[in-house]
Design a protein around this ligand. Structure first.
Ligand code: MF3
Ligand code: CO
Ligand code: CO
Length: 292
C-alpha cells in the first residue's frame, strides 16, 4: 500500500485521433462531464499487458500458497522472507520489494500492531497467538502482481481472530461493490468502511491500494474510506489492488522509532491491525482476481 497522495492532478480522458469513439469512450466522457474523476488512457492495459500481469499473478499467488503451507510457530520473519525470495526466484520471478526505495527484504511481514511494511528480521520469532500479514509482490517479465494474506500462528484470541475475519470480509465487501464496471472507488470504500464500523473496527486512511501491473505502484490511489461517487471511475482494462487495513482501535498511525529505514508503520494505540490484499482486473463483467 502506498501513502495517500495529497495533491492530485485530475486526469483527462482523450479520444484516439481518427477513430470513432467507443461505448467506453462515451461512458467515460459522460462521467467526466459530470465532474467525476476519470482515468487517463494510459491506465487502461492492453491485452498483452493483461496477459503479462495475469502470469505475474499466478506466481504471486503460488508464493503465498507456499508461505501458507510452511509458516509456523517458532519461525523468524527472516525465515519467511527467505522462503519468499527462494520460491519466487526459483520460479523465474523477482520479489518487487527487494531494494524498492531502500526496502531491504523480499516481502513485508507485519505482526500484530504493525499495520504494514513490517521488515523481516532475525530476532522476531512468530509466537502462538500472533497475527501476521505477509505481503508479496512478484515481477514476471517486467509485470507486477501484489497480494497479501493474514496468517494466525496457532490460535488467536477471539478478538484478534474477529479482526482477521472482518478484514477479510471488508476486502470481499469491497470486491462485491466494484463487481461491475463504471463504479467509483468511493462506492467500494464506503461499503468497506460500513462493514468495519458495524463490527466496531476502523479503516486506515493514510495508506491506500493502488494501480499495479506495469509498475509496483501506479495511479490511481484506491482509498478504502470515502463517499459513494467520489474517487476514480473504474473501467474495463484497469488493474489495481484493494487492500483495506482494519484496526481494532483507532485508525491513527505512527512510525517505529527503532526502524532506521522509515518503512515500518504501526498503530498509534498499539492495538492490532489486519489486512488482506488482492490484485484485480476490471472487465466488462466486473472484477477478475489476478492474484490472492
Ligand atoms: N506490497 C505493498 C503494497 O501492497 C508495498 C510494499 S512496498 C515495500 O503496496 F517496499 F515495502 F515492499
Ligand atoms: Co499493494
Ligand atoms: Co502488497
Amino acid at each position: 500500500m502506498i501513502k495517500k497522495q495529497t495533491k492530485k492532478k485530475k486526469p483527462k480522458w482523450t479520444l484516439l485521433p481518427g477513430v470513432e469513439p467507443t461505448e467506453m469512450d462515451l461512458r467515460i466522457m459522460e462521467e467526466e462531464a459530470r465532474g467525476k474523476v476519470v482515468p487517463r488512457r494510459s491506465m487502461i492495459k492492453s491485452a498483452e499487458q493483461i496477459a503479462g500481469i495475469r502470469k505475474a499473478g499466478v506466481l504471486n499467488t503460488a508464493v503465498l500458497d507456499y508461505v501458507a503451507e510452511h509458516i509456523r510457530e517458532g519461525m523468524t520473519t527472516n525465515e519467511v522472507d527467505r522462503m519468499v525470495y527462494e520460491f519466487t526466484t526459483e520460479h523465474g520471478g523477482i520479489p518487487a520489494p527487494l531494494n524498492y526505495f531502500g526496502f531491504p527484504k523480499s516481502c513485508c511481514t507485519s505482526v500484530n500492531d504493525v499495520v504494514c511494511h513490517g521488515i523481516p528480521n532475525d530476532w522476531e520469532v512468530l509466537e502462538e497467538g500472533d497475527i501476521v500479514n505477509v505481503d508479496c509482490t512478484t515481477i514476471v517479465n517486467g509485470f507486477y502482481a501484489d497480494a497479501s494474506r493474514m496468517f494466525v500462528i496457532g490460535k488467536a484470541s477471539p478478538e484478534d481472530q474477529k479482526l482477521v475475519d472482518v478484514a477479510w470480509e471488508c476486502l470481499k465487501v469491497g470486491e462485491a461493490a466494484c463487481n461491475k464496471p463504471y463504479v467509483f472507488v468511493g462506492d467500494m470504500a464506503h461499503e468497506i468502511t460500513k462493514h468495519a464500523h458495524k463490527n466496531g473496527f476502523t479503516v486506515v486512511r493514510d495508506y491506500c491500494g493502488h494501480g499495479v501491473g506495469c509498475e509496483f505502484h501506479e495511479e490511481p490511489d484506491i482509498e478504502h474510506y470515502g463517499k459513494p461517487g467520489t474517487g476514480m471511475l473504474l473501467v474495463p482494462g484497469m488493474t489495481f489492488t484493494i487492500e483495506p487495513m482494519i484496526n481494532m482501535g483507532d485508525y491513527d498511525l505512527c512510525e517505529d522509532e527503532e526502524d532506521e529505514t522509515g518503512w515500518v508503520v504501526l498503530t498509534e494505540d498499539g492495538l492490532p491491525s489486519a489486512q488482506w490484499e488482492h490484485t484485480y482486473l476490471m472487465t466488462e463483467n466486473g472484477v477478475e482476481i489476478l492474484s490472492h
